[in-house]
Design a protein around this ligand. Structure first.
Ligand SMILES: Cc1ncc(COP(=O)(O)O)c(C=O)c1O
Length: 500
């Protein structure tokens, strides 16, 4: 009982509800590993007496912990810490859905938001800077659509998407090795909505869903919101750890596996072709559905084979999601997915109940934009812009980052995944950097349970060449001071650790 005596609840009426305070305190003990798998929480009445609160407070706190999968109830026996809650600070962990701790010093960041001041150099955001947007060209196609279609452009569009756009996209994705029928294409209002309607259409409360570790925060948030239990599979340099994948497929029988095989977010890792083929073979063997999020494969600077999983799938096992946000304009909220036929009805229903249809006007404008061939010029322009930034980033990291910071140069995309020496925290580094107007995305945001990881993500999407140069120079100094001061304090060793 000693461990619980340390829980201090603030009974001041102006503070958070007591049950929330108790839930957070217990969660902290679980995440920290002070409460271990199989430990039994005190019975409700006993805990209530110990903390001098009423029974309902304890019941409510236990209930939230149970909902998050951190504890489970055994009828007639009590409430126990679940196995998964023990797997802290390891990318190998089997993550049960959780929300980020609200007790950390940086609440906003833990919620996946980062506050950017006007003069901040923003390596945090993977959203393209607005000066790259082809506004004039788009204005022209918009006007042409309005002239041509008049009021029709503002009617309800069919839920599956504007037919001529789907026809054009059918051609467009053949360049990505994806050959499909127009009827298998579903227009979506951005990839985020694609992930959401897939989860809405296919996942029931308590189902297992598998993701890479680390993974895209927006996808984790969707799966959590649907009450899915998330299983994370560690990433290796060449893609998923296949041994872990197969083991966990057998154990959990997940609804699907969510992957970003090209320029993965946040690590920038591109799966090798061999690994992609093995994953498709594993999916076939276990009849496993894969959700492939292709948010960025277009930015392939070194021309290496970056085949989509969908192009390797001959058994209708891959749902392919394509976003236009990173390579075009995110505010358009346009993307599409290609789904196996047997899932189509479920997904269309989910889409319909979400927003009836994606904006007809914008779909028509995109269709014309693609048809006129302006798209190809734009992609070349974006590639050129991003490539310049990319090369500046590599050079600046090599010149200015202390040698203890390790990373692997990605083959394209916009994300760089760096690692401080073991034992150093990117949350702490974030606090130091933001004071100097440098923002980046601390690695803990991308893991299910890793509250204190040495990884961090730098993105080149929202910064120009000059900002990259200045920003990395400054960040390099901040890191040097952080590492040196703490090395003296803690006598840490600066060994080389390969990334992931
Ligand atoms: C991997 C990944 N998928 C999906 C999205 C969401 O994209 P969209 O703007 O198309 O909804 C993002 C946005 O950053 C992303 O990084």
């Amino acid at each position: 009982m000693k461990i619980y005596e340390g829980i201090k609840l603030n009974k001041d009426v102006n503070t958070a509800h007591l049950y929330l305070q108790l839930y957070k305190a217990l969660k902290e003990l679980i995440i920290e590993g002070q409460l271990k798998q199989g430990d039994r929480l005190p019975p409700i009445r006993k805990m209530a007496v110990l903390l001098d609160v009423n029974n309902v407070t304890v019941v409510s706190a236990y209930r939230i912990l149970e909902k998050e999968g951190l504890v489970y109830k055994k009828i007639g026996s009590g409430t126990y810490i679940s196995y998964d809650s023990l797997q802290k600070n390891t990318t190998e962990s089997i993550g049960i859905n959780t929300i980020k701790s609200t007790t950390s010093p940086n609440f906003l960041m833990d919620q996946g938001h980062i506050h950017i001041e006007e003069n901040t150099i923003n390596f945090a955001s993977a959203t393209p800077s607005t000066d790259l947007f082809p506004v004039e060209d788009f204005k022209e196609v918009l006007n042409e659509v309005l002239e041509r279609d008049k009021g029709d452009a503002f009617g309800y569009q069919e839920g599956q998407g504007y037919y001529p756009l789907r026809k054009t996209l059918k051609e467009y994705i053949s360049y990505y090795g994806v050959y499909t029928d127009v009827n298998n294409i579903q227009i979506i209002s951005g990839a985020q909505q694609g992930i959401d309607i897939i989860a809405k259409g296919l996942v029931n409360y308590g189902d297992y869903v598998m993701i890479e570790s680390p993974s895209y925060t927006g996808a984790m948030a969707v799966f959590q919101s649907r009450g899915a239990k998330i299983i994370d599979i560690p990433l290796k340099e060449d893609g998923l750890d296949l041994e872990s994948l197969e083991k966990k497929i057998l154990t959990y029988k997940p609804k699907f596996l969510y992957l970003m095989p090209n320029f993965q977010n946040p690590t920038g890792i591109s799966y090798t072709l061999e690994k992609k083929e093995k994953i498709i073979a594993i999916a076939k063997k276990h009849n496993l559905l894969i959700v492939e999020d292709d948010y960025l494969s277009d930015l392939n600077f070194y021309g290496e084979n970056n085949a989509t999983l969908k192009s390797l799938d001959h058994n209708e096992l891959v749902i392919y999601i394509k976003s236009f946000s990173k390579i075009f304009m995110p505010g358009l909220r346009l993307g599409f997915l290609v789904a196996p036929k047997n899932l189509y009805a479920n997904l269309l229903m989910a889409k319909h109940s979400t927003d009836i249809s994606t904006s007809g006007l914008l779909q028509r404008a995109l269709q014309l934009y693609l048809e006129k061939g302006i798209w190809q010029q734009h992609i070349k322009y974006m590639e050129h812009q991003y490539r310049e930034r990319f090369e500046e980033m590599v050079e600046s990291i090599n010149n200015y980052m202390p040698k203890e910071v390790t990373y692997r140069v990605p083959k394209g995309g916009v994300n760089f995944w760096l690692k401080l020496p073991s034992g150093f925290s990117t949350k702490e580094l974030y606090d130091r950097a933001i004071k100097e107007n440098i923002a980046f995305a601390p690695g803990n945001l991308f893991f299910l349970h890793n509250s204190n990881t040495p990884y961090f993500r730098l993105s080149i999407a929202a910064v120009d060449k000059n900002q990259i140069h200045q920003g990395i120079k400054k960040l390099g100094k901040i890191i040097e001071i952080y590492i040196n001061k703490n090395s003296k304090d803690h006598n840490k060793t600066n060994e080389y650790t390969p990334i992931l």
